[in-house]
Write a protein that binds this ligand. Sequence first.
Ligand SMILES: C[S@@+](CC[C@H](N)C(=O)[O-])C[C@H]1O[C@@H](n2cnc3c(N)ncnc32)[C@H](O)[C@@H]1O
Length: 248
Amino acid sequence: MIVHLGPGERLRLERYWRPGRHSGLADPRRQQAAEAGNVGGVTRPRTHWVFAAAYDPMTRSLERAILGERRARLLAGLDGQVLDVGAGTGANLPYLRQASRVFAAEPDAAMRRRLAARLAQAAVPVELSSDPAEKLRYPDASFDAVVFTLVLCSVASPDRALAEARRVLRPSGRLLILEHVRGTGTLARWQDRLTPLWSRLNAGCQLGRDTAAAVERAGFTLERAEYSAPYPRLVPAQPILEAVGRAV
Ligand SMILES: C[S@@+](CC[C@H](N)C(=O)[O-])C[C@H]1O[C@@H](n2cnc3c(N)ncnc32)[C@H](O)[C@@H]1O
């Protein structure tokens, strides 16, 4: 794009570029549809080679300073059969040491390849699948725990993903959530403004999802829910919700 300025005229970028203005992706649903491929009525995320390669280096210091302790608090005691949905490169595996078996579902081939390379270091048996959160291959009531960490911001349909989680959880099973979620007031307005660009840079991640509401809509009750804002003020991917849910 070439922009010609008259004498004394200042460049105001938003006149020429607004998120989605040229791409038609301002509507988050259209954006999500473009981000995902539709396979058999289920939206699968595209393969994100660059995001997958950058993910571990990009998050290493965050894991050490902020996310690691939250993962440990949430996951350390989980036993039985555990499903890690959107398992990414396997960041949860070091914390799932008490599980009898972990099932890691990761539909993005680039993330899954990195996850597969990490399995030799896992303390417990891990089975990998390419299932999207919205359509899991597992029978009803198969798992003692279902884990979503930094995933419900990226799935095509949080409602369908959580309905699947509820279906595959045993009646006594637990839902474990670690997600950045919608803020309030000015932060929420900025999250909405930034999401079109942010999601392009971060493999479809949406900043403004009200995940606690989606969890309750899916028929879970939250027996523990803590919000924290651990990042510097200008980071829009907060607050972080750390929660444990049970089916009602
Ligand atoms: C930010 S990464 C988080 C990975 C990992 N859970 C973690 O805590 O580091 C988001 C992950 O969600 C996955 N994802 C996106 N859409 C998905 C879907 N529809 N079903 C399952 N996983 C999905 C992506 O492939 C990616 O691995």
